[in-house]
Design a protein around this ligand. Structure first.
Ligand SMILES: [Zn+2]
Length: 129
């Protein structure tokens, strides 16, 4: 058996981790929507109106940037799930090297090996996904 290759049970556990993470993110996204839409009106305990307004603006900014990254992460998770189905998972999309299991455990939707990731971060947009 070649070393570095992922076994079916590894794939199953990564898939499970990805789906679990996805569920958490989808739940979070719903929560962010909910709290920015309705909770504000019922909370009138703060006496200083101006302080309340700036806090609110900050909260909304935060919610928006958060939502963006949640969507981004869900997209990456979906792509990883497709790669599992296509048996491409755990293989670097740039150089076909096996992505170390340790890296996948830290980042289950990693699609590049560490050296390609470093190259990608340096070159930025040059490598097309
Ligand atoms: Zn690579």
């Amino acid at each position: 058996m070649p070393t570095g290759k992922l076994l079916k049970k590894d794939l199953d556990s990564f898939k499970e981790a990805l789906l679990e993470r996805r569920n958490t993110l989808v739940g979070d996204e719903a929560k962010v929507h909910h709290s920015s839409m309705s909770d504000r009106h019922s909370d009138s305990r703060l006496p200083d109106d101006s302080a309340d307004k700036s806090a609110e603006a900050y909260d909304i900014d935060f919610a928006f940037s958060r939502m963006e990254s949640v969507e981004e992460e869900i997209k990456l998770i979906d792509e990883a799930l497709v790669r599992i189905a296509d048996k491409q998972y755990g293989t670097c999309i740039e150089c076909d090297a096996s992505i170390p299991k340790k890296r996948l455990k830290a980042l289950p939707y990693a699609k590049r090996c560490i050296s390609c990731k470093e190259r990608f971060e340096v070159e930025g947009e040059l490598i097309d996904d």
